[in-house]
Design a binder for this molecule. Structure first.
Ligand SMILES: Cc1cc2nc3c(=O)[nH]c(=O)nc-3n(C[C@H](O)[C@H](O)[C@H](O)COP(=O)(O)O)c2cc1C
Length: 193
């Protein structure tokens, strides 16, 4: 049994929902500096070598960067339509940019950049998000080279510390809570839905 007791259930959900492209979309919640929640859709890009770490791609010019720098706590909410399951994965967010001092994470950032589609890579050359739209600004569809990530491209990781798995199938439904203690040891228990 892997140390991350929740991974087999999540891996199985990913496998059983693989025919649905939207199953890669998750809602990521962060906390704004004034305490208000912020939530947005992001694409799940896979797990890193550390089985607790989920990977996402984002732009250093987006609002979520300052939010995460001020408060790294975050949660994703993930619904799998085929099997009617919800996973809420809560934990610590980290932003990995060109200045990262960890060679493995720098490599993971470069690998993710190379894997992105051309359209997604082109988006990182666009004018800054949330700036007023200027008719004169250029939104190029020419993607930057896959071999060298642009400065503003960030690998975003979520290191899980708690997972809440709800399975709607079944009467009554099933729900499990998995928690990591401060030393990273996982425990899991079935609870009422
Ligand atoms: C289907 C879909 C997929 C998206 N994927 C991503 C993504 O992978 N990374 C990302 O930063 N934003 C993604 N976005 C845009 C975000 O939802 C959000 O609008 C943007 O990141 C700005 O968020 P912020 O102002 O909270 O930083 C996606 C939006 C949609 C609708």
């Amino acid at each position: 049994m892997p140390a991350e007791l929740w991974r087999p259930s999540l891996d199985l959900a990913l496998h059983r929902n693989r025919s649905r492209p939207e199953m890669r979309l998750v809602q990521l919640a962060t906390v704004r500096p004034d305490g208000r929640p912020a939530i947005r859709t992001v694409v799940f890009r896979g797990f890193l070598d550390d089985p607790r770490k989920l990977a996402f791609a984002t732009d250093s010019r987006s609002a979520k960067r300052a939010e995460i720098e001020a408060n790294p706590r975050g949660e994703i909410c993930w619904y799998f339509p085929e099997t009617r399951e919800q996973f809420r994965v809560s934990g610590m967010l980290a932003l990995i940019g060109p200045g990262s001092t960890d060679p493995a994470l720098r490599q993971a950032r470069a690998d993710l950049w190379a894997e992105l589609g051309d359209e997604v890579r082109a988006g990182f050359t666009w004018p800054a998000p949330r700036e007023p739209r200027d008719a004169a600004s250029r939104f190029s569809d020419v993607p930057p080279a896959p071999s060298s990530p642009v400065e503003n491209f960030l690998l975003l990781t979520l290191t899980a510390t708690e997972v809440d798995h709800l399975e709607l199938q079944g009467d009554p439904q099933h729900r499990w809570i998995y928690e990591a203690d401060p030393r990273g040891r996982w425990s899991g228990r079935e609870v009422n839905p």
